[in-house]
Design a protein around this ligand. Structure first.
Ligand code: C6P
Length: 428
């Protein structure tokens, strides 16, 4: 694969500086693990810059899914036969790997879900129904993804609780004065996003959790965009709930994690009823299983869970600090380069950011830009990024977002900039 790109002519790549790509540290070995990147889209080498939507998967993750189905497909926790034992062991190995990855105290605090969205809905429904009462307040922020807005709106409406919102500054940071103004003795839950998907802003979640604890509020951190980029230590953070999705962490879709503190989870009613979440069922009543199974009703997504282990191993082998340093260098380079484009404004200029470059170009609609970039083989996301209230606050219909991952290169940033220059000429 690497040789294909090495042998590609500059015209084929639409880029004069092919060698630069090869000078990027760790690029070659890392990139070679992602077969999907080695393809042409619309006649050009694919430049995949939509990693905040979903990351691509290394071959070891793809292989793990196929190995499960070819060698040990069986239902877990139920059968006594050898395949069932192997599948159960693999499933529980992933749970232990997740525990270590986020430094949870015990594996029983790791609940498998479909993704971040389901994790937050689980908390809003199961915790919210048992804990929210009329007059109580739930505090979220103005840069939340719809997944951390709508579930709270639904449960607040049902329970007569009030939803409050932390303001966002023009730079795209949380307005901490607004946070301290709004947190009160009535606040029962503070649910905030760790890293904004639309802006890349890294929020001061440790400070937020500490302040929430002072008023006795519970806390939830939406880790959808942080888990692949930042060190996560749920014990140091002392957060009650932390939700994330495997597919933004180089793992498969359809699997995610909700971390919850044992004391909090033990006190919560189940979310869904069915097989696996029970201890004993009779028509008179049911007793529930212990953690984490109380929250995992029905046959889970075994194949994608066992493959998530390989995604975690991939990240662990590279090491988060090295990954972060590399991605930060891409962010710095990308910011400098984008700022050279006439009429381009970077949306989200927080002091602490991950490698997300959201931008608006005067006189050009993001959608037109996205469609044109696609014809050059460049994949970006355009629109509101499921953060409509944030876009309204910023006075924008949406942005164009290039989100960079570990396999991206400065040369790909150059291709984006070249594409944008052409687009500006054509669309203005
Ligand atoms: N953001 C993006 O392109 P799910 O769909 O459950 O895996 O993740 C939802 C979610 C929750 N919180 C944040 C901060 C997110 O970024 C996302 C998903 C994608 O930005 C798809 S909209």
């Amino acid at each position: 694969m690497i040789s294909t790109i090495m042998n590609a002519t500059p015209t084929m790549l639409d880029h004069q500086n092919t060698n630069k790509r090869l000078q990027d540290p760790i690029w070659a070995e890392v990139r070679a693990q992602f077969p999907i990147l080695d393809q042409q889209v619309n006649g050009r080498q694919l430049v995949y810059l939509d990693n905040a939507a979903t990351t691509q998967k290394p071959k070891r993750v793809i292989d793990a899914i196929s190995t499960y189905y070819q060698e040990y497909n069986a239902n877990i926790h139920r059968g006594l036969h050898s395949l069932a034992e192997r599948a159960t062991a693999a499933y529980e190995d992933t749970r232990e790997a997740v525990r270590a990855y986020i430094n949870a105290k015990e594996a029983a605090e790791v609940i498998f879900t479909r993704g971040t969205t389901e994790g937050i809905n689980l908390v809003a429904q199961a915790w919210g129904r048992a804990n929210l009462n009329p007059g109580d307040e739930v505090l979220i922020s103005g840069m939340e993804h719809h997944s951390n807005i709508v579930p709270w709106q639904m449960i607040c409406q049902e329970r007569g609780a009030k939803l409050k919102v932390i303001a966002v500054t023009d730079l795209g940071e949380l307005d901490m004065a607004s946070f301290y103004d709004q947190i009160t003795e009535w606040t029962k839950m503070v649910a905030v996003v760790h890293v904004s998907n639309a802006l890349g802003t890294i929020n001061p979640v440790a400070e937020i959790v500490q302040a929430a604890k002072k008023v006795g509020a519970y806390t939830l951190v939406d880790g959808a965009q942080s888990t692949a980029h930042l060190e996560i230590d749920v014990q140091a953070l002392d957060v009650d709930f932390f939700a994330f999705s495997s597919h933004k962490l180089y793992g498969p879709t359809g699997i995610g994690v909700l971390y919850g503190k044992r004391t909090v989870l033990d006190a919560m009613p189940p979310y869904q009823g069915g097989g696996e979440m029970i201890k004993e069922v009779s028509f008179e009543g049911t007793t529930y299983n212990e953690l984490p199974y109380k929250f995992e009703a029905g046959t889970p997504n075994i194949a994608d869970t066992v493959a998530l282990l390989e995604a975690i191993n991939f990240v662990n082998e590279l090491g988060k600090p090295a990954m972060h340093a590399y991605e930060q260098s891409l962010l710095t380079y990308g910011t400098e380069q984008l700022n050279t484009i006439d009429g381009l404004r970077i949306i989200g200029q927080a002091a602490n950011k991950i490698s997300v470059l959201s931008f608006a170009i005067d006189g050009i609609h993001p959608q037109d830009l996205g469609i044109l970039l696609d014809t050059y083989g460049i994949a970006v996301r355009t629109g509101h990024h499921c953060t409509q209230p944030l876009m309204k606050r910023l006075g924008l219909p949406g942005t164009t977002r290039a989100s960079l991952a570990i396999y991206n290169t400065t040369s790909e940033v150059d291709l984006l900039v070249t594409g944008l220059r052409k687009a500006v000429k054509m669309l203005r």
